[in-house]
Design a protein around this ligand. Structure first.
Ligand code: NAD
Length: 264
């Protein structure tokens, strides 16, 4: 189909199921004409990702666990075999031990700190290293972040620290890869009920709080994040790099509780 992504080929990393933000992005990218390939993490998710990929006529290029660099190399080798080059990569990967997504940040263990930063932050750089080699005609790298990088949020804890580091890495990668016309950006999404989000303490309260207090008086959908992603992946954003764009119904501009909001 013709569209703003017609002729572009992209790798989607981080689909777990049909509620994943990566799936919303994949659907939007496909609807705008992109050709897609998916990775999955482990056999349990393979069974979910394969039928979803089929819905979008997408390839599945294999298992990728970012804590195992050999699996990152393997999926990029598959992409090279399939297409020879690459136009965009969508990184929708994050992890922290659920036990530390509640209570006080000060209790974070060294082990979970290291693991959370490796999976949620360093993996984007590891992926950029592989993508750079295949983006011979320029490209677009996109990751997902959250407002908890900028401000304290209850329960977000080490993930807030990881997202702050991820946002800084967007700027450093943008500077390094800009001369090759590879752009690097992030979407800071408002809260959405996904598998990963269900690990965060009091998530339902966070959703309600955002619904009552955001300027648009609602939360956002994976479709809305997907449409903004399509802009970043396309040449419509060709002058934009190093950017963190909020798709959060405007919540990030709010400094105080909406006085008309019901009690929670
Ligand atoms: P999700 O559970 O659907 O996706 C998370 C993905 O991370 C899964 O596909 C999982 O397989 C992958 N992953 C975790 N550890 C991995 C590893 N070691 N190797 C490879 N993949 C691994 O949840 P989601 O909410 O769609 O999350 C996608 C991204 O969006 C994350 O970066 C998340 O922090 C970010 N985000 C989510 C929200 C929200 O409210 N849901 C808001 C802002 C940002």
């Amino acid at each position: 189909a013709p569209g703003i992504l017609a002729g572009k080929r992209g790798l989607i990393m981080g689909v777990a199921n049909n509620r994943s933000i990566a799936w919303g992005i994949a659907q939007a990218a496909r609807s705008h004409g992109a050709e897609l390939a998916f990775t999955y993490q482990g056999d349990a998710l393979k069974k979910r990702v394969e039928p979803l990929a089929k819905e979008l006529d997408a390839a599945v290029v294999g298992h990728c666990d970012v804590t195992d660099p050999a699996t990152i190399d393997a999926v990029f080798a598959e992409v090279e075999k399939l297409w020879g080059s690459l136009d965009f990569v969508v990184h929708c990967i994050a992890f922290s031990d659920k036990d530390e997504l509640t209570g006080r940040y000060v209790e974070t263990s060294e082990g979970n700190f290291t693991k959370s930063l490796l999976i949620s932050c360093y993996s984007f750089t590891a992926i950029a290293q592989r993508a750079e080699k295949l983006m011979t005609k320029g490209g677009s790298l996109l990751t997902l972040t959250y407002y908890g990088a900028e401000k304290w949020m209850p329960h977000y804890n080490v993930m807030g620290v990881a997202k702050a580091a991820l946002e800084a890495s967007v700027r450093y990668l943008a500077a390094d890869l800009g001369p090759q016309n590879i752009r690097v950006n992030a979407i800071s999404a408002g809260p959405i009920k996904t598998l990963a989000a269900s690990g965060i303490g009091d998530f339902r309260y966070i959703l309600k709080w955002n619904e009552y207090n955001s300027p648009l008086r609602r939360t956002v959908t994976t479709e809305e994040v997907g449409e903004t992603a399509a802009y970043f992946l396309s040449d419509m954003s060709r002058g934009v790099t190093g950017e963190i764009l909020h798709v959060d119904a405007g919540y990030h501009v709010v400094g105080m509780k909406n006085p008309d909001a019901p009690d929670l």
